[in-house]
Design a protein around this ligand. Structure first.
Ligand code: DX5
Ligand code: ZN
Length: 214
């Protein structure tokens, strides 16, 4: 079963509760946290996540696009995240391991994220301990960018590694996922699809979410 994780980066932040209710059909709420350093954009952080937690029981998938995420992962867990993902490019391997351990110690799911230039093999040191691997299909930082189909061999390679070493691990893609690109992601082996503009720009959001399931 394919899961859909609408990104609230494309929601109206002045009407966030309304826009979260609009995606009740979906599986996860994807929350993009940007610090203006790891990526050239600033979005939302801990207080907004706390407010979201108060108005929904949906699963909160928190994508940290911040440098040295180990500094903040526990606070995002306490603020209500169900899953926290950290970028492999954002810290040393030692600190990535420690960040994963801190998230697990809080009783939450932990994931790792790969920018487009980061190869599948970079996940190997963590593969057996993470709950999710997220492959970026755009350069992180902004919604509404063009889908990078050239990331699909990496998704397929990760699906093979996951099936062999940690079959419970989920495989998520993020960036440019829309009705015309969702199938290639599913065929490559992704089971969680993030979609921002494709969901929030749709006239009929529940129908669009069903369409994205492939
Ligand atoms: C980009 C974010 C994405 C973004 C996706 O850095 O991580 O989650 O919101 O937006 P779309 O689906 O519009 O490409
Ligand atoms: Zn994201």
């Amino acid at each position: 079963m394919i899961k859909i994780a609408p990104s609230i980066l494309s929601a109206d932040f002045a009407n966030l509760e309304r826009d979260i209710r609009r995606i009740a059909e979906a599986d996860y709420v994807h929350v993009d946290v940007m610090d203006g350093v790891f990526v050239p954009n600033i979005s939302i952080g801990i207080p907004v996540l706390q407010s979201i937690r108060k108005v929904t029981d949906m699963f909160l998938d928190v994508h940290l696009m911040i440098v040295e995420p180990i500094r903040y992962v526990e606070r995002f867990c306490d603020a209500g995240a169900d899953l926290v993902t950290v970028h492999l490019e954002a810290d040393t391997p030692e600190n990535i391991h420690a960040a994963i351990d801190k998230i697990h110690a809080k009783g939450k799911k932990a994931g790792i994220v790969l920018k487009p230039a980061t190869p599948a093999e970079a996940t190997l040191p963590y593969l057996e301990k993470v709950d999710l691997i997220l492959v970026m299909t755009v350069e992180p930082g902004f919604g509404g960018q063009k889908f990078m189909a050239e990331q699909m061999p990496k998704v397929a390679a990760l699906r093979r590694l996951i099936n062999e070493k940690n079959p419970a691990c989920e495989l998520e893609v993020d960036g440019g996922v829309a009705p015309d690109t969702c199938r290639t992601c599913i065929e490559a082996g992704a089971n969680v699809l993030v979609a921002g503009s494709a969901v929030y720009k749709a006239a009929d959001i529940p129908a669009r979410i069903r369409e994205l399931r492939g």
